[in-house]
Ligand binder design. Structure first.
Ligand code: MSP
Length: 654
């Protein structure tokens, strides 16, 4: 029999910045579902990719002084870019689409034309606000205090010629789809869509722009580029070969079984996308699942707020599987969740180091100690084992139900119910007591085999979430290939199976919470610094100073006779200077954080000496030393102006 087809997608990501843990969450979740479906024997197509057009990318590229294509290539293909991240996170996508791929661009032109020719796209006028100096169109909501968000100048009412999609025509069919089918889940998202968008009335959608060029050109009307969401949503079918010859899987895999998307883009996927497909006369995807956000300190992560969490740092520090596991075990998939490093470490220590890791290491160590790692034929089944066996069956049934309804956290909780029960089984059966009595050997043998069996089943259940660790556990237990399969998940009687296991270093070492938190803080600080401008200098003074005023400033060469820290002050250094007058001059300067007092003695510096004397910390300061200041990655830098020592004290600077 042919395997059931299963087509699953992630949103395609904006490569306007490096991806953060929120994007990783979405992709890891989709990957776990795809792996689960493969485990069940489905023929899976898992698509991800990047959404590379639009004004934002064009602007960022201009800012960076590169072409938009170079800009996106760097974020998608460059070091620690999108593709690198998915490789690191062990994402098993079958295909990766970029909306700048030639086949996709050509297909979008055909799709746009198709909808134009069937009367669903028409030419109209887009009204908005226009900033003349910037030559930019803005919507009312984009304005800042009613002014241009770029230059802050006044804007005027304006009209731009644009194409519109007859979204309004599909309002009733979309409402029916949302309210009367399981198309959109979780159900709470249906109410959001109907109340916020459908009930107020669906308006036709502006689907072309003329104010920028980085997009798919409308081939029959030069100057217009296709609206980025029409371009992006269509990726789900162009990647299968729709309107192109690059691939030929459309018939086999469309309609998609599920589009996994974040809650803020549910509107595009559950209203605009089905309307587009209705217009094209194509079948609708079977489901859109809108997951929640990972929040940081209660707010959405965003690069502009500077509160993004870097998945590379976490994966490198705690392991890819531990990070994947944490994301999917901790937060209910359909709701928002608060990310924190403490929670991450606690989850790894509790579930992975204590529960799963300990179960595996205790079992393999005891198996080695009592049976030299070989659990041969025989054994003695007891009543307690029936309970473990039936719990395992219950766990598998619940796990399956939860995975099929994308309740990933509940599915994992089930797997951990079995792991917890197996740990308790060790305490109840006390193998170390059984080992003392030769007559208990058959019972001990069964106990060890039952533990191996519980671990085998648990390892298979966690495999979509932690593929590498699951494989390592199954290898450690010496489980043959067929017994790693979905159809062999039932608990076998210990008397009828044999095992040959091995011991290994702990899979999930316990993490020292304090130390790890401090290291993460340090890494985050380094990343914050690296993101700051390399060099910042004071803005130039716009106001002119007349020559006569300038000449009144008396700059002199001075030699440092003595220098010491001012008592009780962290900032001030006290200088005794030779200014050529024959009388020592005292100047106080707030530069203690940049210099040690002793290193300045004997140096030739520059001071302005005709500033009015003033008192600082009770001491007189007669003048000011001149230094150069700038900021490097957010850190203030200062260097005193030092001259050639051959210049005599008192020489005037002019
Ligand atoms: N390019 C569009 C999608 C087009 S699909 C045809 C887009 N890209 S995105 O890069 O901004 O976001 C991609 C996905 O990442 C979205 O589903 C979004 O919800 C998800 N996440 C981004 N930040 C997130 C969190 N902090 N938490 C969870 N998911 C979040 O939208």
């Amino acid at each position: 029999m042919e395997n059931k087809k299963f087509y699953i997608t992630t949103p395609i990501y904006y490569p306007s910045d490096k991806l953060h843990i929120g994007h990783t969450y979405c992709t890891v979740a989709t990957d776990a579902i795809a792996r689960f479906k493969r485990l069940q024997g489905c023929d899976v197509m898992f698509l991800t990719g990047t959404d590379e057009h639009g004004q934002k990318i064009e602007d960022k590229a201009t800012e960076a002084g590169v072409t938009p294509q170079q800009f996106v290539d760097n974020i998608v293909l460059g070091e620690r870019g999108v593709k690198d991240l998915w490789k690191l996170m062990n994402i098993s996508n079958d295909r990766f689409i970029r909306t700048t791929d030639d086949y996709h661009v050509a297909a979008i032109q055909k799709i746009f034309k198709k909808m134009y020719e069937n009367g669903d796209i028409y030419k109209g006028k887009y009204t908005g606000k226009y900033c003349k100096p910037c030559e930019s169109f803005w919507t009312e909501s984009q304005l800042v205090d009613g002014k241009c968000p770029d230059c802050g100048r006044e804007v005027s009412d304006a009209e731009e010629e644009a194409y519109f999609f007859r979204l309004s025509k599909y309002a009733d069919r979309i409402r029916d789809l949302l309210e009367n089918t399981d198309f959109l889940e979780p159900r709470s998202r249906v109410n959001e869509m109907v109340n916020n968008f459908i009930k107020p009335g669906l308006e036709d959608l502006c689907v072309s722009r003329t104010s920028f060029t980085w997009g798919v050109p409308v081939d029959f009307d030069p100057g217009h580029v296709v609206y980025v969401w029409i371009d992006a949503l269509s990726n789900y079918i162009t990647a299968l070969g729709y309107e192109n010859d690059k691939y030929d899987d459309y018939k086999e895999f469309w309609p998609a079984d599920v589009h996994i998307v974040g809650k803020e883009i549910v509107r595009f996927h559950s209203i605009i996308w089905p309307a587009m497909l209705m217009s094209m006369g194509e079948p609708l995807p079977k489901k859109v699942y809108g997951h929640g956000w990972l929040l940081l300190d209660g707010g959405k992560m965003s690069k502009s707020k500077g509160n993004v969490v870097d998945p590379y740092i976490l994966a490198e520090k705690f392991g890819v599987d531990a990070l994947r596991f944490f994301l999917l075990r901790t937060f209910p998939f359909g709701s928002d969740g608060n990310f924190s490093n403490e929670l991450l470490i606690k989850t790894i220590n509790t579930d992975l180091a204590n529960d799963l890791g300990n179960l595996v290491s205790r079992t393999t160590a005891m198996s080695q100690k009592y049976f030299e790692s070989t659990l041969g034929e025989g054994g003695q089944w007891a009543e307690l084992d029936d309970e473990l066996k039936s719990l395992a069956a219950d766990v598998v049934a619940n796990y399956t139900k939860h995975m099929e309804s994308y309740q990933l956290h509940l599915a994992l909780a089930e797997a951990f119910r079995l792991i917890g029960r197996a740990n308790k089984y060790i305490d109840e059966t006390a193998p170390w007591v059984l080992a003392k009595d030769e007559a208990s050997k058959p019972r001990l043998l069964s106990v060890m085999k039952n533990l191996c069996e519980a671990i085998r089943i648990s390892a298979i259940l966690v495999s979509p979430f932690m593929p590498a660790s699951s494989e390592a556990i199954l290898n450690q237990l010496g489980v043959e290939e067929t017994l790693r399969k979905w159809e062999n998940l039932s608990f076998r009687c210990s008397c009828e199976c044999c095992w040959k296991s091995s011991t290994a270093a702990p899979l999930f070492p316990r993490i020292d919470v304090e130390k790890a938190l401090a290291e993460l803080e340090e890494a985050a600080e380094a990343a914050r610094k690296a993101a700051l401008p390399a060099l910042e200098i004071e803005p130039f003074t716009e106001e002119n100073v007349d020559f006569e005023t300038f000449c009144k400033s008396d700059f002199r060469v001075v030699k440092v006779l003595a220098c010491e820290n001012v008592k009780k002050s962290e900032k001030l250094l006290k200088f005794t200077l030779d200014d050529g007058s024959g009388q020592p001059r005292q100047i106080l300067s707030g530069i203690a954080k940049f210099y040690k007092s002793e290193e300045l003695i004997g140096k030739t510096l520059v001071a302005i000496i005709n500033l009015p004397p003033r008192k600082m910390m009770g001491q007189a300061s007669c003048g000011m030393l001149i230094s150069a200041v700038h900021t490097e990655r957010g850190e203030e830098k200062l260097k005193l102006l030092m001259l050639d020592d051959s210049i005599p004290a008192g020489a005037k600077l002019c």
